[in-house]
Design a protein around this ligand. Structure first.
Ligand SMILES: *[C@@H]1O[C@H](CO)[C@@H](O)[C@H](O)[C@H]1NC(C)=O
Ligand SMILES: *[C@@H]1O[C@H](CO)[C@@H](O)[C@H](O)[C@H]1NC(C)=O
Ligand SMILES: *[C@@H]1O[C@H](CO)[C@@H](O)[C@H](O)[C@H]1NC(C)=O
Ligand SMILES: *[C@@H]1O[C@H](CO)[C@@H](O)[C@H](O)[C@H]1NC(C)=O
Ligand SMILES: *[C@@H]1O[C@H](CO)[C@@H](O)[C@H](O)[C@H]1NC(C)=O
Length: 541
């Protein structure tokens, strides 16, 4: 699951270095979005850098460290030095698109507000010289993975439960309410009164209604790959994503067991840009006049004054996405003619594409700002006593009408141009489509096979059994006939060898069918391995 942490970086960092790093040497310690400080032990203010990184403070070995909050990965890593840390003698290398991060696994006393655990395992990243951006200047010196423990690389590296991740350790010790909640602020939005907050086993005051929102069961991935389990839920049937024209965007899921008309969405606070199927991204931005596909950003560019409506639906509840989140002015991007553009935040999924067909889309920060989210870990706490299914609850935070006003103030200087002809959507037939690369076509094809391998395997086995059954049946039948014939001959001639009949067809046929089975299964296994390697490469290279 560290792959997700990594990808968080890819998408955040690939885009940002050129824009963020050069543009503003902004002060990260700005307190404007870190307001609510709770006296209770489980509510933490969340800092926000340029709507692209969200972080909070932990203490490790007595040192206060700002760490990025990542619901899409499961490990804790920090840079710099940690007092009172014990080296476990184990090391781990995480390779990023932006460089390699290697280090030793240490343990140290960990605390977050009122929660403390001893000997918390973490990766101490000693060499950050290969990071293409200075993470410290972006407001954090590490990352805390808030995903299921089964996805932790440190957990896998250490024996027993010594490597359990921090949030798991907290829940092991305090098993009453195994949930976290997350609320992300939106910078550059003068009308927003939302402050960034992260909580453990508590609800942010004023948002108690979240507990009466529908409980969305966390969709489980195939057992064999439970290290890839993420916080993922199903969109509503047929109306899960409502596009700019007010009509549902209809896309079939790549997840074999997803019910028809529903998509599997991962909630991942480590992704700046939500990752969606390419045809969905095209449906959102392709009908905007003047929209331009940017190959270098791997995303659509649209005029900043273009208001684009987008609403997601889960559990029968609508979650409108703020138009300031559908297209963003945070990245300083320009059209090919040099004019300023806004970045289409719902980016076609490419290297984060699920080759195993485990999810369709990844809802990153630009979506998460629009909902106060609660994740109940349930039985996914390793060593916990809770046997309930994990679930997600979300409280919508964006009021569409207020958001439209807000957009008009921010993007068109208070002038309402929403109905004007320059911002009318093109007819669907004139909509643009972004190009699908050869690599993506290959991924699509591989996914179709890989995601269905359990079925294919069962199918192969059934076929083999069927052929085997047929052979045995025919063999028996033939033998019976032969025996009958032999018996008859025997009656006439008294000596005859029956051994020759044993050499007959059936056995060699059986052999054939066996080798067919091996042939059918061999490439499957090989490509699963290949996939693993490729997944790793994609994710870390
Ligand atoms: C983390 O702690 C530092 C120093 O105590 C403080 O200045 C900063 O605002 C804190 N960050 C957050 C996100 O609370
Ligand atoms: C850090 O890693 C880079 C690239 O692998 C290497 O060139 C450099 O020497 C390393 N620095 C230290 C202090 O190990
Ligand atoms: C935020 O503002 C809206 C309207 O401006 C108000 O209804 C809501 O209660 C406020 N929320 C909080 C937490 O202050
Ligand atoms: C909370 O839920 C109750 C009942 O569902 C509703 O009456 C109330 O208006 C809600 N409050 C807020 C702030 O949404
Ligand atoms: C987007 O939604 C707003 C508010 O509901 C509405 O006024 C506007 O007409 C919608 N835009 C389009 C293109 O449907």
């Amino acid at each position: 699951m560290h792959s997700f942490a990594f990808r968080s970086f890819v998408y955040a960092l690939c885009l940002l270095p050129a824009t963020l790093a050069l543009r503003i040497p902004f002060s990260v310690r700005s307190n404007t979005h870190i307001t609510r400080q709770s006296s209770s032990g489980g509510v933490f203010p969340v800092g926000n850098t340029q709507n692209s990184f969200y972080f909070t403070n932990i203490t490790l070995g007595g040192r206060t460290i700002s760490v990025m909050l990542d619901t899409g990965s499961s490990d804790l890593w920090v840079t710099g030095s940690v007092p009172n840390a014990q080296d476990t003698g184990k090391s781990l290398t995480l390779s990023y698109a932006v460089g390699n991060a290697a280090g030793d696994i240490y343990t140290a006393p960990f605390s977050m507000g009122g929660y403390s655990v001893d000997n918390q395992a973490f990766l101490l990243v000693s060499n950050t010289s290969t990071f293409s951006t200075n993470i410290h200047s972006e407001g954090y010196d590490g990352l805390i993975g808030l995903g299921p423990n089964s996805g932790s690389s440190i957990y896998k590296k250490l024996s027993g439960d010594a490597g359990n991740n921090a949030i798991n350790r907290i829940f092991e010790q305090n098993s009453a309410d195994d949930y976290i909640t997350l609320e992300l602020s939106r910078r550059g939005d003068p009308a927003s009164n939302i402050t960034g907050q992260f909580t453990i086993s508590e609800i942010v005051p004023g948002y108690e209604n979240i507990t009466s929102m529908p409980q969305l069961p966390v969709e489980t991935v195939y057992k064999v790959t439970d290290e890839d389990q993420h916080w993922q839920v199903l969109t509503d049937k047929d109306v899960g994503v409502i596009g700019p024209d007010g009509q549902p965007i209809k896309i079939s899921s790549i997840v074999p067991k997803a019910p028809s008309g529903q998509l599997v969405a991962v909630l991942d606070s480590g992704f700046t840009l939500p990752q969606v199927p390419r045809s969905m991204s095209d449906a959102i931005y392709g009908r905007v006049q003047g929209a331009e596909w940017s190959a270098s950003q791997g995303a659509w560019l649209v005029p900043c004054g273009q208001l684009i409506n987008l609403t997601l639906a889960f559990g029968g509840v609508s979650y409108p996405v703020h138009p300031l989140d559908v297209s963003s002015s945070d990245f300083g991007v320009t059209f090919s003619n040099g004019n300023p553009a806004c970045l289409g935040m719902f980016q076609p999924i490419s290297s984060a594409f699920s080759l195993l067909g485990e999810y369709d889309m990844i809802l990153g920060m630009a979506f998460l700002r629009n909902a106060y989210s609660l994740i109940n870990f349930g039985k996914l706490v390793n060593g916990g006593s809770n046997t309930n299914q994990p679930y997600v609850q979300m409280l919508p935070l964006t009021d569409q009408a207020a958001a439209v006003n807000d957009f008009i103030q921010v993007r068109t200087n208070g002038q309402n141009l929403i109905g004007s002809s320059q911002y009318a959507l093109l007819p669907a037939s004139q909509g643009q489509h972004s190009p699908e690369s050869a690599a993506e076509k290959k991924h699509d094809y591989e996914e179709k096979i890989l995601s269905r391998w359990p079925y294919i395997l069962v199918g192969c086995l059934a076929l083999v059994l069927l052929i085997l059954g047929c052979c045995i049946w025919r063999c028996c039948k033939r033998r019976r006939l032969r025996r009958k014939a032999a018996q008859q001959k025997n009656d006439e001639l008294s000596a005859i060898s029956t051994t020759s009949t044993r050499k007959a067809g059936p056995y060699s046929q059986l052999h054939d069918s066996q080798s067919t089975a091996t042939l059918a299964m061999q490439p499957m296994r090989a490509s699963t391995l290949e996939f693993k390697a490729e997944y790793g490469r994609d994710a870390f290279a």
